[in-house]
Design a protein around this ligand. Structure first.
Ligand code: FO1
Length: 309
């Protein structure tokens, strides 16, 4: 079993390559739920959906989220009723949130609901929410504290960040199978996702962090920072806000107490020695994934780096 820790778009693109070289049944993905939000009376799990839609081949590849060729009639009508519409949910995407919310209201946990959705979409990869409990990523700016989606989507990540909080994070427990999937893995991969609000949120769950430290599997991470910028998303603003450098090396430092291998882009090859001096094995390769071939090649390099062929 290969177990991956994932946020949204960057992780999903990496996983598209991984499923081409490892049988889907042998992959477990633990997904961040700190970005989850209740809107329009529905429970929305953006990162779970991004991974699910991408692996089911229905994602809007250009945006990296939402469903390809979706329409927005429902959102338009909500706007006509005067409801705020800053979070862009397409009509087909709405169906996912309606069905998920229906399952949750019938007493299923988020992991059970996710399993049902994945089965209906024909996925064989095991996709697990990191927790079934309440866990909400809050961004603190000089003027306010707000939900991560409000910071990212409504306010376009324009505010200065002074802190990141994980509401409910101290009490939340890993979802069933999460800890075992790490302890029993042949390799653990940290996908190229935001180190603060995606991977950082998952690792905030103590039992998950403990399992990654204890597992006998080798642990590799792909840097989400290339040439001093995130490939996608606001990782730079969040890292700066927390007083960190925006560099591959700074990400390596965040993962230091459990990582074996760090995979960085050619653009950051000058940091190789510095990261090796932290005690990590470093692989330099092309990490920017444009084509399916790029994704497959990066997945192969990652697996080889942890001795899985
Ligand atoms: N990202 C945006 O930038 N704008 C949106 O309106 C938006 C809507 C949206 C709806 C469903 C969904 O699953 C994801 C959506 N995202 C949107 C992406 C999401 O905000 C983030 O990219 C993730 O939470 C970070 O991984």
């Amino acid at each position: 079993m290969i177990t991956a820790l994932a946020g949204g778009v960057g992780a999903a693109r990496f996983l598209q390559g991984l499923v081409k070289i490892v049988p889907e049944e042998e992959i477990t993905v633990i997904v961040n739920t700190g970005d989850d939000i209740d809107l329009y009376g529905l429970h929305i799990s953006p990162d779970l959906d991004i991974v699910m839609y991408t692996l089911a081949g229905i994602v809007d590849e250009e945006k990296g989220w939402g469903i390809r060729d979706d329409t927005f009639h429902c959102l338009d009508m909500l706007g006509r009723y005067g409801h705020e519409t800053w979070f862009n949910i397409g009509d087909k995407d709405f169906a996912t949130h309606i069905y998920r919310t229906h399952l949750l209201r019938n007493g299923l946990s988020l992991s059970e609901a996710t399993k049902t959705l994945c089965q209906k979409l024909g996925l064989k990869v095991k996709i697990l929410p990191m927790t079934d409990d309440k866990f909400e990523t809050t961004i603190v700016t000089p003027d306010a504290a707000m939900h991560f989606q409000e910071y990212l989507v409504k306010r376009q990540a324009k505010d200065k960040v002074v802190n990141v909080l994980f509401e409910g994070g101290k009490e939340a427990k890993p979802a069933p199978e999460v800890v075992d999937s790490i302890l029993n893995a042949k390799a653990v991969i940290i996908c190229p996702s935001n180190p603060i609000v995606s991977i950082g949120a998952i690792l905030f769950l103590n039992d998950i962090k403990k399992a990654i430290k204890e597992t006998e599997a080798r642990v590799a991470a792909v840097s989400p920072i290339v040439g001093g910028s995130p490939v996608k998303g606001p990782a730079d603003k969040l890292m700066q806000g927390l007083g960190l450098d925006v560099s591959a090396c700074a990400v390596a430092s965040l993962y230091l107490d459990f990582l074996d291998v760090f995979i960085i882009d050619q653009a950051d090859r000058t940091q190789k020695k510095q990261i090796e001096n932290l005690g990590l094995h470093v692989v330099v390769t092309d990490t920017v994934m444009k084509s399916l071939e790029d994704k497959i090649r990066l997945a192969k390099v990652t697996l080889e780096s942890v001795g899985v062929r």
